[in-house]
Design a protein around this ligand. Structure first.
Ligand SMILES: [Zn+2]
Length: 230
């Protein structure tokens, strides 16, 4: 004999249908006959369903909040790859919307955590990518034509110079233009710490060395030779 269908069972049926279960799985879940489920979920019952749904769905969700959350979590854990694929699909199809969401979230986050953002930016500016990007960005804006400088170039310069060529510090490394109006490439860039770089600014490299009381680093004469030979 079939179980008597109570209001609660009906609510559960609607709930499960609402989160995408098939009739069969609902029947299995609630230990009901398939025909019973069909009967309650077929279009003829639609009006009644809507009425019931309005009244009970909210109540049911409120009453079984923890259970439902747990079920949800379980389902998510079980179907992680499926969720990932679906998410990816959605992001690809709604690229603009996704970007907007990211921007909004970022704005909200940075509004709430300004210090954290400053810290992240500071850290990023010290990575090779950050240094190169920063320099490229500034130079492009000044000269109004794009500068080709890659992270590989930075790695090359770093391997060549190793530390700040003016004071020998390895902290807070940046790229410095030896000749301020020269090219932004391997022939005119050296490693320099932020403090030396900001002290030097647009000064001539030789008078700067004299000013801080050091000999002109070897690399500078090498660079000059390289750049003068075509
Ligand atoms: Zn320095």
């Amino acid at each position: 004999m079939l179980k008597k269908v109570t209001d609660e069972t009906i609510q559960k049926m609607w709930y499960l249908r609402g989160i995408g279960h098939s009739y069969e799985s609902i029947a299995k879940n609630l230990c009901l006959g398939k025909s019973t489920v069909y009967r309650w979920l077929t279009p003829e019952k639609k009006l009644k369903r809507i009425k019931y749904k309005k009244i009970y769905s909210k109540k049911y969700r409120k009453k079984n909040k923890e259970y439902l959350l747990l079920q949800n979590k379980k389902w998510r854990n079980k179907n992680q790859t499926y969720i990932k694929i679906k998410h990816k699909e959605w992001r690809e199809n709604n690229n603009e919307r996704w970007k907007e969401i990211c921007r909004e979230a970022m704005r909200r986050y940075s509004y709430k955590n300004p210090d954290r953002i400053r810290e992240i930016n500071k850290k990023y500016r010290q990575t090779p990518k950050g240094i190169v990007y920063n320099l490229r960005h500034i130079n492009t804006r000044r000269n109004k034509f794009p500068i080709k400088l890659s992270v590989k170039d930075f790695d090359f310069i770093k391997q060549r110079d190793k530390v700040c060529i003016y004071c020998g510090s390895s902290k807070d490394i940046t790229l410095d233009h030896v000749y301020p109006n020269g090219a932004t490439d391997l022939t005119n860039l050296v490693l320099s710490c932020r403090s030396c770089n900001s002290k030097k600014r647009t000064k001539n490299v030789f008078s700067f060395c004299r000013e801080i009381g050091i000999e002109v680093p070897k690399i500078i004469s090498q660079l000059k030779q390289n750049s003068s030979t075509p």
